[in-house]
Design a protein around this ligand. Sequence first.
Ligand SMILES: [Zn+2]
Length: 504
Amino acid sequence: MSPYQVLARRYRPQTFADLVGQEGVVRTLRNAVLAGQVHHAYVFSGPRGVGKTTAARVLAKALNCEQGPTPDPCGECVPCREIADGTSMDVLEIDAASNRGIDSVRELREVARVLPVRDRFRVFILDEAHQLTGEAFNALLKILEEPPAHVVFVLASTEKHKFPATVLSRCQQLDFRPLPTALIAQRLREVAEREGFVLEEPAAQRLARASQGSLRDGLSLLDQVRAFAGAGPVNDQVVTEVLGLPPVEVLCALWRALCQGQASEALALLAERERQGDDLILLYHELMELLRVLVLATSNPETPWPYPAELQEELLASSAQLGLPNLLRMLSLAVQGRELLAAAPSPGLGVMVAVGKLTLWPRLQRVEALLAGGEVPLPAAALPEQREGGKVGASSPAEQFLEAVASELGATLAARLRSACQMKVAQDELELVLRGAPNATLKAVQEALPRLEELARAQGVASRVRLVVAEAEPTLMERVTADPRVQAVLQVFGGKVVKVEEGR
Ligand SMILES: [Zn+2]
């Protein structure tokens, strides 16, 4: 019996057609081979495990196949087989991480000058090429400036930005993309079928999410869960157990509690998970990952979605409502929270404190604004009543209205109004003055306007709601400093305004 070959190796793509998810790159390379216009140097950039060095090997086969050059190498001839096995004398795969110095590149230069041993082209595949030293890059640049006709360089890298611009400008740059989750899931199912074991659909989805765009990682994970499952089917339970992941439903519930600023809800959830034996630290990391994905997806709709498709709409809608600044605030709180994890007497306690703190983001937002100086718009509740002929009650109509907003339309909206809004009621009209409010707040309030009006009517506050958008008011300090008379004094005597007090 032959030794077990890991799936990632056994199912490594051997042709351009096998390279799933990189259609743009594949088309460019196929056309170049067909037209006989292959460049002397390529940069293949993109995340790990998406097929960069595999594509480089396929390109080498396309160039050196006995039947070639052809975009569809036969895979049977000696050059094709040797390239696939990594034993070809003319196709050299070099790990730049361990050969990063100038001597290695000089050696490379010598080899590059000599004609190929047998095949048409010498192909040099430099993996992790960004690790080369500055000197080595300079030596490489010398070869790229006058490349021998029979040489093709492929510089593969996860960090293209570390390449000198001079090197980049001499290369054709091809960007590899992370693979969509659906595509990885599909490939995993195909492999399972060919290997003759059962991979259930939710398990395939979860593995695909965990591999974060890397098919190679997906296949390695599939190896692990298959070994764990033994003769049984690979189902969601097996995958969750092997990966040690919290169910995605738990993450969603936690997210909802965060959005609403409900500490008690979040803590109850954590307590329940701890009781069930979950690793809360892992849960915390998954939560950070969720926040990261939401930040990315909110700022760029093209971001691949790693969670079940049916959750996308809800999660994206709630993050859009929160707005990017608040999401970033949450993410940064979550990252800071890791220190709490380290400092706590037990991991579970640390996670509880960190998550609890995270739920307080609406309040921290105001404290932050206060600490930053400047005049923070007063919460509506603190404003004097301007309702004509209004009765003096236990709590003001504005406060009551905000409470109604919180319970009917959500705590997030109420928090937004509270932090950025002044309210007054006059002539049966509720005027909401948003002063220097962030765009997300403006948008959320604007969208909620019809519902706010409905609520104002139902509460008997007013029958119309009017939104007034105002610039942030200059602070007293800014007003005084901008005064031409003050500026004249400063110009004559020098110095600066340290403190301004309002005269009474
Ligand atoms: Zn061949």
